[in-house]
Design a binder for this molecule. Structure first.
Ligand code: SF4
Ligand code: SF4
Ligand code: SF4
Length: 290
């Protein structure tokens, strides 16, 4: 913690950064913090309640947060994958951001959790994580992180869905999406939902029914999944933010499996990696490319 506060203070005092984006104590656990005064860097905290992916605040949609100058943002390994995607997609340039990488041993499911990390309260994505030390960084802080507790059940849950018949799977998603209230928190928290005006908000014509009728909910989720195909950084923020407890990550991870199998691409914190979206091959066998 002290290391993070001292580094942030130095970045602000030396005018290398105009704002440090990190975490602070809030009314319900940790919350994102925007620190511009070196004296305020003592507010900055990192512990397993630092669940948020702060890359969401680098999106051009939130440029107002950086009016104070260059942003220094604290990133965990999974957050760095989203920053890499923003750079890869030319939403931001590498030079306009300072990345403070933090070694991480896992975070809670929710920022209001307390106590020690355990198999019961750890975020789904953390068990088995092999990106606990981000490499896309300007500064790397913290002690080497131990293995997070627990065993990942992620592929098991997807296998369970895959083993269902179409009818069973459709019934599963009908029941899940019936809970959706179309608040779009899943979109707002996503670091890679970068459109200034989302297709779901367009009214002339209406592309996606805006009510939380099942028709609109299916339409919204299929659109969201397709727009994130080959881009999703698997940070799990959409699922964490959902007030209805819908397991949205199951959709994104299944799509990510398809992208991996078809294109050999997996989300990485390398901005130079050739992602299927945004690249093409002249020898592509698909008709549409000719
Ligand atoms: S997924 Fe990995 S890098 Fe991300 S919070 Fe969990 S342990 Fe840390
Ligand atoms: S956050 Fe949950 S309830 Fe809100 S739109 Fe997304 S899936 Fe629906
Ligand atoms: S779709 Fe969800 S898991 Fe993927 S980058 Fe967006 S918030 Fe993260």
């Amino acid at each position: 913690m002290r290391e993070l506060q001292d580094l942030s203070r130095k970045l602000l005092e030396d005018d290398d950064a105009g704002v440090v984006i990190g975490w602070e104590e809030g009314p319900r656990g940790l919350r994102p913090a925007f620190v511009t005064d070196p004296e305020d860097t003592k507010r900055l905290i990192f512990d397993p309640r630092a669940v948020h992916n702060l890359a969401a605040y680098l999106s051009p949609r939130r440029a107002h947060l950086r009016e104070k100058g260059k942003a220094a943002v604290v990133v965990k390994g999974c957050d760095a994958r989203a920053v890499a995607a923003l750079i890869r997609e030319k939403q931001i340039s590498r030079e306009e951001v300072i990345l403070i990488g933090i070694r991480c041993a896992g975070v809670f499911r929710d920022s209001s959790c307390t106590g020690s990390l355990s198999a019961e309260n750890i975020a789904d994505r953390c068990s088995g994580c092999d990106q606990r030390e981000p490499s896309l960084v300007d500064h790397l802080i913290g002690e080497p992180a131990p293995e997070p507790p627990g065993t990942s059940r992620r592929s098991e849950r997807i296998d369970e869905l895959d083993s269902m018949t179409h009818e069973e799977r459709f019934a599963f998603w009908r029941a899940e999406l019936a809970r959706c209230v179309r608040c779009h928190a899943c979109r707002e928290v996503c670091p890679l939902c970068v459109c200034e005006r989302c297709v779901a908000d367009k009214t002339d014509p209406v592309w996606i029914e805006s009510s939380s009728h099942l028709r609109g909910c299916f339409s919204w989720h299929m659109t969201h999944a397709m727009h994130l195909a080959g881009r999703c950084s698997d940070c799990g923020e959409c699922e964490r933010a959902c007030p209805a407890g819908i397991p949205i990550s199951l959709i994104n991870r299944r799509v990510a499996q398809v992208v991996r199998d078809r294109f050999g691409y997996q989300a990485a914190d390398d901005p130079e990696a050739d992602a299927p979206i945004g690249t093409f091959r002249l020898d592509d066998e698909e008709e549409f490319i000719k």
